[in-house]
Design a protein around this ligand. Structure first.
Ligand SMILES: *Cc1c(COP(=O)(O)O)cnc(C)c1O
Length: 229
């Protein structure tokens, strides 16, 4: 399968999921998750029209960033250590994996020092899976209040990584719960918060996530093939 064909298939599957909703494919951002894939593959996906790419490791991201001279929107989607914020804050469009107040505070520091702002998503560990990062649902209110005090940060929504289920339908309640919270916080006014993006769904379950309201999906395997670690 070529990357071009894979992307076509994904778009068709997305259109199908959207039939049950009032949104169109133009409302959905596909993030090509390029971790473990080399620059050639990224360029190939870029040449098929994709502009948003996600990486989860800072070192790997920086190597690719140096080599690629294209207008790419880079998304940090993996756990970000505070001491690595300085390498990426000026290179990424959206940090989707803000999973602690301390991390938010560090990003704010670099942004203030450099007179810039940053769009972020809060990562939410909906299933309270110990192996995953993110705020618990019941921590969201307090965390949003705290992070909204950091003037350089714009909270743009939520991201979640659902546990892997053989049957993707099993992830549906998780997506539903996060969408409910997304709507809830969309209706509350905080400084520097506007709920625009709901990033949920990966190769195995993005069709379910879109039915439940995702407008960003993060897809690796279905675009690039299986990863070799
Ligand atoms: C790897 C990864 C993805 C993509 O996973 P696939 O199953 O390959 O589509 C999405 N989101 C995050 C946070 C990831 O680390």
């Amino acid at each position: 399968m070529t990357i071009e064909k894979n992307i076509e298939d994904i778009k068709n599957k997305i259109r199908k999921s959207l039939k049950k909703t009032e949104r169109s494919i133009n409302d959905i951002t596909i993030i090509a998750v390029s971790k473990n894939f080399d620059v050639e593959k990224i360029i190939e996906a870029y040449n098929c029209g994709l502009r948003d790419f996600g990486e989860n490791r800072v070192q790997e991201f920086l190597e690719k960033y140096e080599k690629i001279d294209k207008e790419i929107n880079w998304h940090m989607i993996g756990h970000l250590q505070r001491n690595k914020v300085k390498y990426i804050y000026d290179k990424v469009k959206l940090i989707q994996s803000v999973d602690s107040i301390r991390l938010a505070k560090r990003i704010d520091k670099y942004c203030r020092d450099n007179n810039m702002s940053m769009n972020i998503l809060l990562e939410v560990n909906v299933a309270e899976d110990d192996s995953k990062f993110g705020f618990k649902i019941q921590e969201l209110e307090e965390s949003i209040k705290r992070i909204s005090q950091f003037k350089t940060l714009n909270i743009k929504g939520f991201m979640t990584v659902a546990p892997y289920f053989d049957n993707p339908e099993d992830a549906r309640p998780i997506f539903k719960e996060l969408k409910n919270n997304f709507d809830k916080y969309s209706n509350i006014e905080y400084d520097n918060v506007s709920m625009e993006f709901l990033s949920m769904g990966m190769s195995n379950d993005y069709h379910v996530a879109i039915e439940e309201g995702a407008n960003i999906v993060r897809i690796g395997t279905d675009i690039f093939g299986e990863r070799n670690y």
